[in-house]
Structures are given as C-alpha cells and as structure tokens.
Design a protein. Structure first.
Length: 284
C-alpha cells in the first residue's frame, strides 16, 4: 500500500508540474478533454460515425507530425523554466524514492512484529514447558568497582523475575539455558521491570544512558531486561572484554531466534538488552 501511494504521488506530482511548465501539454490536454466531451455528448448516429472517421484521419495526420513538435515544445519549455525544473523535479523524486527505499512494515504506527516459533525448543516452550529463574546473585555482585564503572545506577535496579511478563520471562530463561548449554556462558539478570520514576531518572542522566522517558520503554511493562555474564564469581559487563563481546553476539542471535528484539542493532547499542514487543501493550 505504501509503495502504491508513493507511485501515485509521483505520477500526480509529475503530471501537475508538466501541466504547469509546458504549454504544449496543457493544450494537448485541453484538446483531449474537448474531444472527449464532444464524443460523449453526441448520440450514436451515422453523422457521429462519419465524424469519427474524419477525426481518425485527422488524428493520423496530427500524430505523424506530433513527435517532432512535442520534443521541440518540451525542449523550449525546459529552457524557459530551468530554475523551476531544478527545484520541482527533486521535490517530486526525492520523497518518492525515499518512501520506496525506506518503506517497511515497521514504519507503520502500532506495528509489532509477528512471532513465529523457529525451532523445537521454542515450540516446546509455548506448549507448556516452564523454566524457573536461577538462584539470585549476592547483592555485593552489583556494587563492585568494575560494575559501577559501567552501570553506576545499577544498585537500585529490580531483578525480580516475578515482575516480568510470563511470556517474556520464559523466553529469556530459555535464552539463558541455550547460552549455557550451547556456548558455555552463564547469564545474569541486571535489571528487569523498571518503574516510571526510575525510567525518568535514567533519562535525566543523559542520552548515553537512555533516550526513553516513562512509559516509552518496554521495561515499564515487564517486557524488557538488561543482562550480562557471570564468570569466576564476578559480573562481566564491559564491551572491551573480547570474551564478553563474543558472548553478546551469541546472546543476540539466540534472543532473536526466540522472537525477542536485541539492542545490539540499535544506533545507541545496548548489547545486553532484549525486549518482547507484544501488540497493543505500548500505546504510541
């Protein structure tokens, strides 16, 4: 539908500019409309039939000399309206081309991607397999100097799995299980549900933290989580660690295979962030 509207806009805009700039085109349109009116106004009679034959003969003679006359008229009009063409043509072409190149369902208001189970593990999950949250990490794990350097406001974060949406928490737990069994990474939940007040506080900290205000983040709906890795009794969050970066890439692949959206593709990259965009939850 978006592509059709873009093409329709292009055709209408091109026709309007052509009529505005080229007198020959206006005359041709006027003659065509006039002929159409006369054609429909007259009844079916021998006189009309004779007129059609005569008109056909005249049209053949006219068309024989039309291409050269049209080209000459178009060239003359282009020379006379160089500035208008230089402004008008980009105004017509650029919006149409941008609409065609950038068009995607995600541009539509309220669009959320449909989820399709990609493998047997997800199918089993949706059919009733229930995973339980891991044992909570000691509070001191989130207050070390290394953690505070990367996530200085992590102390007040909620890591209560019970506040997460059941569908999201099960997919996240399955991601944790796959990361451990297939890739050898132990995952840890840094923050799940986030109150509106905390969301605003993080937004006030700067765009390097988040651009989302209250109720603009899936955290407020229990449908987002920030995660990291647990290695040798410590949290590993730093993106400068090659082992952690490899883990983030694997985590993104696993999360997306489970129907989650991964923050590693965003402009403000958030490698440990995943969310489940359920239709009708966040009102834009």
């Amino acid at each position: 539908m978006l592509i059709f509207l873009a093409l329709l806009y292009f055709c209408l805009a091109t026709a309007a500019i052509g009529l505005a700039l080229f007198p020959y085109g206006r005359g041709l349109l006027a003659r065509g409309l006039s002929a159409l009116f006369r054609k429909t106004a007259r009844g079916m009679s021998e006189r009309v039939l004779g007129w059609r034959i005569a008109a056909s003969q005249r049209g053949q003679r006219l068309r024989a000399g039309m291409p050269q006359a049209f080209r000459q008229g178009a060239l003359d009009s282009l020379r006379r309206h160089r500035v208008a063409c230089a402004i008008g043509l980009p105004a017509v072409l650029i919006p149409s081309l941008l609409a065609l190149v950038l068009s995607s369902p995600a541009m539509l208001p309220g669009y959320e991607e449909a989820y399709v189970a990609p493998d047997a593990q997800v199918a089993a999950l949706l059919q009733g397999e229930r995973l339980v949250p891991p044992v909570a990490l000691p509070p001191m794990a989130f207050t070390t100097a290394e953690v505070e350097l990367v996530r200085p406001m992590l102390v007040g974060a909620s890591r209560n799995w019970g506040l997460l949406h059941p569908d999201f928490s099960q997919r996240l737990l399955l991601a944790f299980k796959i990361m451990k069994e297939r890739h050898g990474y132990d995952m840890a939940l840094l923050e799940g549900y986030r109150s509106p007040a905390r969301q605003d506080a993080l937004a006030r900290a700067g765009s390097h933290v988040t651009n989302a205000r209250a109720y603009q983040s899936w955290h407020q709906y229990g449908l987002a989580a920030d995660c990291a890795f647990w290695r040798d009794g410590k949290l590993v969050i730093s993106e400068k660690d090659p082992w952690a970066m490899r883990g983030y890439q694997l985590y993104g692949e696993v999360a997306e295979s489970l129907g989650l959206t991964w923050g590693g593709h965003w402009k403000l990259r958030d490698f440990g962030h995943t969310e489940l965009r359920l239709r009708g939850v966040m009102r834009r």
